[in-house]
Ligand binder design. Structure first.
Ligand code: ADP
Ligand code: MN
Ligand code: MN
Ligand code: MN
Ligand code: MN
Length: 351
């Protein structure tokens, strides 16, 4: 056994992307959260600090197994502070944690369905690269696959594209210790989904961000980019979302949890529709059109088993009188810290 551990510090940059660097922990055979020191990086290189005072402090918040290096090596999820100890503006974890700490008795669960699209050389996997035209028109244009229908939950080389990446991502997440609960191929060819959860409170954002980082790392091996664009291809192609499933202990456990807790929570979400939409991801207006299994961005709606609504309740929840709700509005590129804490605050704290 080596007498060092490699700790990969991971943090979120100004665009919601992931940055990482390695710290060799000499003289250690294993490390846990308390063993990992604060660190720093050059925030002027990530658009997160001015050049003359460029240091951003990294505070380790969660430790996972490093599935890439194996052994006792770790991935360390960090959030970001000024040298004076204030969370920097892009640190959305700190305010989210403060909201979850307001009432831990409700034990909020989140299950997030991350949709994403795999691209190689600027084209979604499985899509014809281009159509070069001999005469007239643009010489290079994107070619199109056959219309949507056969791709969702598909198997077969003509309908499922990128499975080795998807499988490797799932295996890596599980090895890391993330609570990933499933995967499926999506409606648009080259688009996939995985689900993280249920996770409690701030753990949801932590697991979710680390799952995205791992996706980037797996894709890197294949020269593929996982896009979180909510509408990666305009036209008659499904966008990509991050449906956020949510429940509190009374919603899940009480006899009339549906009537007494879930329905009132949905009504509160409806009252703050515009505020939520503003926090649910960039470019979401191109996705929430009212078509392609979405509700219009302008109007809040909800229903049982309705995939064209802003918020859906499953048949089972209504029948059993308890369970959870699904907020279908968040875009694929949303920040899970902001979305989960806002849902919790609107439905359960600000009441
Ligand atoms: P869909 O039918 O919308 O495609 P998925 O099966 O993809 O749903 O995802 C549902 C997610 O909700 C999963 O991550 C699951 O773990 C999570 N989930 C299940 N029960 C609850 C609950 N009571 N509260 C919050 N999330 C839940
Ligand atoms: Mn240097
Ligand atoms: Mn799903
Ligand atoms: Mn989906
Ligand atoms: Mn869903």
């Amino acid at each position: 056994m080596p007498d060092y551990v490699l700790a990969e510090y991971v943090w979120i940059d100004a665009d919601g992307g992931y940055r990482c660097k390695t710290r060799v922990m000499h003289g250690k055979k294993t490390v846990k959260l308390g063993d990992l020191p604060s660190w720093n990086y050059d925030g002027s290189s990530t658009g997160q600090a001015p050049g003359e005072d460029s240091e951003v402090i990294l505070e380790p918040q969660a430790v996972y197994v490093d599935p890439f290096r194996g052994g006792n090596n770790v991935l360390v999820l960090c959030d970001t502070y000024t040298p004076q100890g204030e969370p920097i503006p892009t640190n959305t974890r700190a305010p989210a944690k403060a909201i979850f700490d307001m009432d831990t008795s409700l034990v909020p669960w989140f299950g997030i369905e991350q949709e994403y699209t795999l691209f190689k050389d600027g084209t979604p996997l499985g899509w014809p690269k281009s159509k070069a035209r001999a005469f007239g028109g643009p010489t290079v244009q994107l070619g199109y696959p056959g219309p949507q229908g056969p791709y969702y939950c598909a198997a077969g080389a003509d309908v499922a594209f990128g499975r080795e990446i998807v499988e490797e991502h799932l295996a890596m997440c599980l090895e890391a210790g993330l609570n990933v609960s499933g995967i499926n191929a999506e409606v648009m060819p080259g688009q996939w989904e995985y689900q993280v959860g249920p996770c409690v409170g701030i753990d949801s954002g932590d697991h979710h961000h680390m799952s995205r980082y791992i996706l980037n790392r797996v894709c890197e091996k294949y020269g593929v980019v996982a896009s979180l664009d909510p509408k990666p291809v305009p036209g008659d192609w499904n966008g990509a979302g991050c449906h956020t499933n949510f429940s509190t202990k009374p919603m899940r456990e009480e006899k009339d949890g549906y009537e007494n807790y879930i329905v009132p929570a949905i009504e509160r979400l409806g009252q703050k529709h515009a505020e939520h939409i503003a926090a649910y991801g960039e470019g979401n207006e191109l996705r929430l059109t009212g078509g392609h299994e979405t509700a219009s961005i302008d109007e809040f709606s909800w229903g049982v088993a309705n995939r064209g609504a802003s918020v859906r309740v499953g048949n089972q929840t209504k029948e059993e009188g308890r369970g959870y709700l699904e907020d279908r509005r968040p875009a694929s590129n949303m920040d899970p810290y902001r979305v989960t804490s806002m849902i919790f605050h609107t439905t359960s704290i600000d009441v």
